[in-house]
Design a protein around this ligand. Sequence first.
Ligand code: ADP
Length: 398
Amino acid sequence: MNILVINCGSSSLKFSVIDTETGSDLARGLFDKLGSESPKFKMESSLLDAPQTGNLPPNGEHGAALDTLSQFLASDAVQVKIEAVGHRVVHGGERFTGACLMDDAALEVVRDCSSLAPLHNPANLLGIESSTQHFPDLPQVGVFDTAFHQTIQPEAYLYPIPMGLYREHGIRRYGFHGSSHKYVTAEAARILGKPLSETSIITAHLGNGCSAAAIENGSCVDTTMGLTPLEGLVMGTRSGDIDPGIILHLSRSLGMSIEEIDTTLNKKSGLLGLSEMSNDMRTLRQAAAEGNEAAKLAVTIFTRRLAKSLAALRATLGECDALIFTGGIGENDSNAREETLARLAHLGIEIDAEANQNAGRDNQGIISKPNSPVKAIVIQTNEELMIARETEQVVGNL
Ligand code: ADP
């Protein structure tokens, strides 16, 4: 089945068309700077020699992007027939434990969840509404970043704050990157040769955003991201865990506004804040190799905190078969994997240095020694394929 997968940000729309039978993408592209003076696009198809690039009319938004996208897909040169649309939706609250058809009732719930993800859910809704207008005869399915984590029990999702804040305002751990954690969990079971229901692992998704999850017998039992995607690991520009008292101090003693604190912790912290140079791991590795001390320290803090969080997640599991590395850093940065695993030998993971050096985005596989009690595995994530597969499943059940 050919599924159009749409991932909307507030000023962007990323898409791919996935053939779920082969897992290959038939077309893909990005609309960027939506709502600005000159929104741009780049669209590619396996049938075209070169990508199509151009500008939308000034101030063009998600609707204009879908006009251009639907014409592209229907054009003589591309001619991709779509059978359903799968939308990435960031926050599904406690209501969505899996993907579902975006009917009026489901849209209402996503709207309700907007207060929990004010930057993401409104953009996701815009994408669903525009897509429904452009493809009125196709099923529109929502796939939620939070859904995979809905198996987490109260002992792991409740914060030690007054219970009324949970009961009345839904303040709890939700977790994100669900499509990625779910995808690599299924892949890990396949690589380990075990049924999913008997596979227990820790997954580390390390991209611009980073999160780790503990999976017991195929179900998520804990994760590092929380009410929002700000909690947990050090990320490109997000702080991850900090003393909540820092926020009070920034406000009371330094007079920073909530907006300034928000921008500081979400956009100016993490690798960027520490290095005062870049949020990009490749740039920092290069600078560190040239002797830049701030870059070295930023990377050390990243891997040290990562190892600490992974060890904490291990404590939430009974058995653990493997630790999975995925995402741009997890798949490509062999040094980050080595530095992290050097701190985790006590968990029974014995790294195979050569296998680790050779592993990468196009060469996934086991990077621990054959007799290592707990395996370490590099797996290339594929969130779009996961969204397409879940969409197909929902459509198949209609
Ligand atoms: P997103 O979360 O936006 O999908 P990615 O999963 O592509 O991002 O991850 C982006 C991160 O991966 C960046 O920090 C980038 O520097 C890092 N990365 C990509 N390739 C490499 C590489 N070869 N070595 C080290 N880091 C890399």
